[in-house]
Design a binder for this molecule. Structure first.
Ligand code: ZN
Ligand code: ZN
Length: 153
């Protein structure tokens, strides 16, 4: 990490940090850009990308890969776990107690002194799960939008 003296908080960096901290889940660069634009309408996407990288380098935010080539940004710096939706790429925090046993196992097994961890789960978010449920075979609606018809043959 680069010493903090070299870091200057500019309005766009402040807006980026505020946007990420205030977001419900972990926004992508494009989503951060949309949020920052509300505060600073003239900001460019390039500025947002550059500052996201800089804020990550200075340890003020974390970058998460979602396995689909998109990066998500996180203002929560304490070690915590994530769950990623395989369908839409959404990333949420997982509230689990520290996986101390896992850390012990890694230290015992590999002789490493473990300072942190990144644990992520994958699955379907509630929206995508109910979407899949609706379109599951056998539950398909018979033609059209009218559910009340119920004409089975
Ligand atoms: Zn999803
Ligand atoms: Zn997180």
């Amino acid at each position: 990490m680069i010493p903090h003296e070299q870091f200057r908080m500019t309005p766009s960096r402040r807006a980026i940090l505020d946007g990420i901290s205030g977001a419900a889940c972990h926004p992508t660069a494009d989503e951060v850009y949309e949020m920052v634009r509300r505060a600073l309408p003239r900001v460019s996407l390039g500025t947002v990308y550059r500052n996201l990288e800089l804020l990550t380098r200075h340890g003020l935010i974390r970058t998460l890969a979602d396995g689909r080539g998109q990066r998500h940004y996180d203002a929560v710096l304490e070690d915590h776990c994530h769950v990623r939706c395989e369908a839409c790429g959404r990333v949420d925090d997982v509230r689990v107690t520290s996986p101390g046993q896992l850390v012990d196992a890694v230290e015992d097994g590999g002789g490493y002194d473990i300072h942190g961890y990144r644990l992520s789960f994958t699955g379907l978010c509630p929206d995508c799960a109910s979407e899949r449920e609706r379109s599951a075979p056998g539950r398909q609606l018979e033609g059209g939008d009218d559910e009340s018809q119920g004409n089975e043959d």
